[in-house]
Design a protein around this ligand. Structure first.
Ligand SMILES: [Zn+2]
Length: 414
């Protein structure tokens, strides 16, 4: 059973003031009172709580812990139920979390979508299958390339003490730019999470992928009667996450184990965009220099749940249910396409002394904090002398970039 939820606008419409001489003192008093209220709110908010302006009210729910204010959030949105039904609002179809074997310790969000269908790309996806390799083969596809690290964060480096001759952040940015050129030459749109020596947290990168889909949805709904209150909510949520992650701040999207309700809704919207994929590029390191080659990480529903389960030591009132609506098949296919094309086009990436190249057991943020199909690729080991020498060679990076680009073509078209 699905329940319908509605959103209530924040506060009231501004009052139209008259032109009396009392206006200025009254305005000043109001501003002082508002500031005092805001300061009180900030001072009494728990660290991982989303701002009260991001909270919602519901039409049906009255139990604690759901954002109605009964959980102590109180806040700028009152607990008054919304009584008017707007047929054009975006429907949120949240269900109650499903109990699991771990019971109160860890729950799952239902695998059903939390949000109505706002975007349908089935025709586009169908049209991609079988397209010949050429300048338009990836038209309609968007690839978000995520060169890891940047700025103050060099990633893995060699040698370990300066001056470093090999720096992960520089190599993966170079590789991403070459991959972009390959993909754009085949008609894909490419978005980079960074295109300079700039540091963004992993949560900031996930928020960029969230914002891209919110912007596309807003553009698609422009001129339709659909209300955009929910999108306004989500824009604020993304802005909040980006602002919390300007430095090495914490995990604002998930705020601990599990998935916040708003994040779940965002991921379910992203799930409606299979023509957008996210590829994170990194270089590995290990204590044993003999270990080398490719590692490709992906994440599916069951492995995400298991990953979170091992981190749960006992009851935690702040624990969120675990998101369970990733497209596991598509994520597997994307990861396999990367493994296949790289093993054929760049056989030097064959793993040496390490685990198999395809890995599905890590809860990396760029895998779990988005509903897009996403993969994290470690193209080699900085600690392995052969890998390191190859990764310093521009001709080798060109081959890697072409193979990564071809994996996208294989994923969509073959
Ligand atoms: Zn890295």
């Amino acid at each position: 059973m699905s329940r319908l939820y509605d959103y209530k606008p924040y506060g009231d419409e501004p009052q139209k003031g008259g032109g009396s001489g009392m206006l200025l003192p009254v305005l000043l008093l109001v501003i002082v009172l508002l500031l005092a209220l805001i300061l009180y709110k900030v001072a009494t908010r728990s660290p991982d709580e989303t701002p009260a302006t991001l909270r919602r009210t519901t039409t049906e729910r009255t139990t604690a812990g759901d954002g109605t204010g009964a959980d102590g959030s109180g806040g700028l949105t009152s607990g008054e139920p919304t009584t008017t039904e707007d047929p054009n609002r975006i429907e949120i179809l949240d269900d109650e979390p499903e109990p699991t074997r771990l019971g109160e310790f860890l729950q799952r969000w239902p695998a059903d979508p939390a949000i109505e269908t706002l975007h349908d790309s089935r025709a586009l996806i169908d049209s991609l299958a079988g397209r010949p390799d050429g300048s338009t083969s990836l038209q309609g596809v968007t690839v978000i390339l995520d060169p890891g690290h940047g700025g103050i964060d060099g990633g893995t480096v060699y040698p370990s003490s300066p001056p470093h001759t090999h720096v992960e952040k520089d190599i993966v940015l170079d590789l991403a730019r070459r991959t972009r050129a390959y993909l754009e030459a085949r008609g894909a749109e490419v978005v980079m999470t960074r295109d300079s020596d700039e540091w963004f947290s992993i949560y900031h990168r996930a928020a960029q992928a969230g914002q891209l889909i919110l912007d596309r949805t807003r553009a698609a709904l422009a001129g339709t009667p659909k209300t955009t209150t929910w999108l306004d909510d989500m824009d604020r949520y993304m802005a909040h996450i980006r602002s919390l992650n300007q430095d090495r701040g914490g995990g604002a999207i998930i705020g601990g184990a599990g998935t916040q309700r708003q994040a779940r809704e965002l991921y379910d919207l992203q799930r409606q965009y299979p023509e957008v994929i996210f590829i994170s590029l990194h270089i590995n390191s290990y204590t044993d220099p003999a270990v080398g080659g490719l590692q490709v990480y992906y994440l599916t529903n069951e492995t995400y749940f298991n990953y979170e389960a091992v981190t749960v030591g006992g009851p935690d009132p702040n624990m969120k249910p675990v998101y369970q609506n990733y497209d596991g098949d598509a994520r597997y296919n994307l990861a396999m396409a990367v493994v296949n094309t790289l093993s054929i086009d760049v056989p030097e990436t064959k793993t040496v002394g390490g685990p198999e190249p395809l890995i599905n057991d890590r809860g990396f943020v760029v895998l779990k904090c988005m509903g897009l199909n996403t993969v994290l690729v470690e193209v080699g080991y900085m600690t392995n002398p052969d890998d390191r020498a190859r990764l310093a060679d521009p001709a080798y990076l060109d081959r890697l970039a072409a193979a990564l680009g071809r994996s996208v073509y294989q994923y969509y078209c073959q």
